[in-house]
Structure formats: C-alpha cells, structure tokens
Design a protein around this ligand. Structure first.
Ligand code: KG4
Ligand code: ZN
Length: 342
C-alpha cells in the first residue's frame, strides 16, 4: 500500500449513481489530477428524463475506458493508487452497482482498500476541493434528487435538519420546464428565461411550519401547471419567461431564507452550497446578497464540481482514508444509504 509519509496519496474515485459515468484521481484528498465525466444526457434527452436500465447499460459500456482515461490524464499508474472510493448510494441501484463492481474488481486486483462514499457527502465536500471548510458549517444541497439543509459540526459528521417532503428542487425545475416544453434537463433553461423576463407571474411560497427547515415544491409545481392550463383554456399565449421568473423567485426565496435561518441558529462559520441547482444564477445572486448581509462566508464550487462528478467522491472519501475507515469487500450498493451513518 502506498501511504508512507512523504509519498502522495493517490485515490481513484468512481461515481455512477445516476446518468454520469465519472472517474477521478485525487492527490492527498485535495488536488484533482483528473476528473473524467462521461455524460449520458444526450441519450436520455429523447425520453424526457433518465431511464434507469439504459443508464446501467451505458455505465457498463464506458466504465473501463473512463477509468483508463482518468489514470492517463493524471499520469498515475494503477500500482501507485492507495485506495479506491466509490459512491455506495443513494441513487439508481443498477447504476450504483456498476461503479461498486468496478471499484471492487480493481481494489481486489491491486490489493488496496475500498471506501464507500455517500453521494451527498460528495456534493458537500466538492467545496473542500476549492476552499478549506470551517466548522460548524451548514450545507444547502440542491440537486435533481435531493434538497436538504445539513448541519456539519465536524468533518464528515452530518445532521439533516431539513429536507424536501416531495419533489427535489431540480426535479421541480425539470417538471416545470417540461410543462413549458423546454428540453431536459430544464433547470438551465428556466434559469435563462427567468433572467430574460420583463415581468413575473407571482407564485406561492411553501414556508411550511414556522420552525421547519423542510421544503415542499409540489404545490408550487401544481400552481405553475394550473396557470398554464388556465391561460391555454382562455386561448391566451403562455408567457413562458414570466412563469419561469415567478417559479424561480419562489424556489430561490424559500431556499435562501431557510438557509439564512439555519446558518444563524447553528452558528455556521460557512454556508456550503452543493448540487446541480447550485449553478442557478438567481440562487447564487440572492445567496450572495443575503450571506453578505449576515456576514457568513458563502462557498460555491465551480460549476463542473456542482454537477455529478467523481472528484467530489474522492474529496469525501479522503475523510475516511484519514481515519483508515475502510469498507469491507462484500459491501453492496445501497440506494437508500443514510447520510448520518454513511
Ligand atoms: O446534482 P445534479 O447534477 O444531479 C443529481 O445528483 O441530481 O443535479 C441535476 C439537476 C437537474 O435537475 C438540473 O435541471 C438542475 O440540476 N440544474 C439547474 C441548473 N443547472 C442544472 N437547475 C436550476 N438552474 C440551473 N442553472
Ligand atoms: Zn448528485
């Protein structure tokens, strides 16, 4: 095993929880030597969403090629690897299994340890690849599958203080985009329309109970669908950009104000933004303004580290490497893996 004092620790990380096959080589948990992402979006686009069976098959097709490319680009030989980190869950079970089997096979062949990683821990620790995280921190995780506020008192310790009761934020974006006949994934299209809009159809905000950090986006989604239907029934044109701005303002206001309250209550030294929806310009702008007002530093990873990628899995996996907390070879993919006990 290659972990003597002066030698760098090279970790291979593998991510296949949804529709991206990604392999990265991370040096000492911090430096990205390579981060190859093979996206299946073009394949799934024609179906308007991710088709699980197709996702698994595509991961099988490209896995070894992506692994080789990650090693080549990093200039690292397999026998220089110290460990392999892999997304264990949550995600699509068939897709996760491909990454897990690939990781196990290589770890067996090289006789090096395996580290199972929670996908959301990865999204959160994408921030560590660009800045040092200070504790206690609060993370706002907004992706296609998750919307969570997470209190992080110490490295790798997670307490979910709020989460969505129905749709994830990205999922709501994609569904509203579909209703407006925009291509999949719709988030970036709604974001663009909202920026371009010269007006807004105001939509409701789901604050839930006064002390709750939970979210709900299904009522908002229904409000948007009703608005579109009513306009169509009256034979009026649907002002897509006004709807996009109303929807986006509602999502952003609720996300930001709950994050502000959580940061204050938990004495956060930083707010960490994570997940694909972190690319949203409206969300970034509003968060930046509000966190400047309350004087809590805001960390936002660069876009390529916000969407699914293996480098973030390596960053989170390194926390376990430091504790020499390895995952037994007989572990399996867990689509319902819990963040608190990852
Ligand atoms: O984190 P991610 O890559 O995958 C999951 O783990 O789910 O997030 C993908 C989600 C999609 O729902 C996509 O529409 C959304 O992120 N997204 C955006 C933007 N860019 C991507 N949503 C809103 N505004 C954006 N600019
Ligand atoms: Zn993700």
């Amino acid at each position: 095993m290659n972990n003597t004092e002066n030698q760098p620790v090279y970790m291979m990380a593998i991510e296949t929880s949804c529709d991206e096959t990604s392999v990265a080589i991370i040096e000492n948990g911090k430096t990205i030597r390579s981060n190859i992402v093979s996206s299946q979006i073009e394949t799934h686009k024609q179906f308007g969403g991710v088709v699980p069976e197709i996702a698994s098959r595509k991961h099988v097709e490209v896995m070894t090629v992506v692994m080789q490319e990650a090693l080549d680009e990093a200039g690292v030989r397999p026998d220089e690897l110290s460990a392999i980190a892999v997304t264990q869950g949550p995600g699509l079970v068939g897709a996760l299994l491909i990454g897990v089997i690939a990781a196990k096979s290589l770890a067996c062949a090289l006789d090096i340890p395996l580290i199972g990683v929670h996908h959301i821990a990865g999204h959160i620790y994408a921030n560590e690849l660009v800045h040092d995280i200070e504790y206690p921190a609060v993370a706002l995780v907004v992706s296609g599958g998750h919307t969570e506020l997470v209190h992080i008192p110490a490295p790798g310790e997670f307490h979910i203080i709020g989460q969505t009761r129905d749709d994830a934020a990205g999922e709501a974006y994609d569904k509203v985009a579909r209703a407006l006949q925009l291509p999949y994934p719709g988030g970036p299209h709604i974001d663009r329309l909202a920026q371009e809009a010269d007006g807004e159809i105001v939509m409701p905000r789901a604050w839930l109970e006064a002390d709750s950090y939970d979210f709900s986006f299904s009522g908002l989604k229904s409000a948007v669908l009703n608005t579109i239907n009513q306009l169509q029934m009256k034979g009026q044109t649907v002002p897509g950009s006004h709807i996009a701005r109303g929807f986006q303002n509602s999502v952003v206001e609720v996300l930001v104000e709950k994050a502000v309250r959580a940061a204050k209550e938990y004495g956060a030294r930083q707010l960490l933004l994570a997940g694909g929806v972190a690319a949203n310009r409206g969300l970034r702008e509003r968060l930046t303004e509000r966190f400047a007002e309350i004087e809590v530093p805001l960390l936002i990873p660069p876009f390529k580290l916000c969407t699914d990628n293996a480098a973030m899995i390596g960053a989170a996996g390194f926390l376990k490497w430091e504790k020499q907390e390895f995952t037994p070879l007989d572990f399996t993919a867990e689509p319902g893996l819990k963040l608190e006990t990852w």
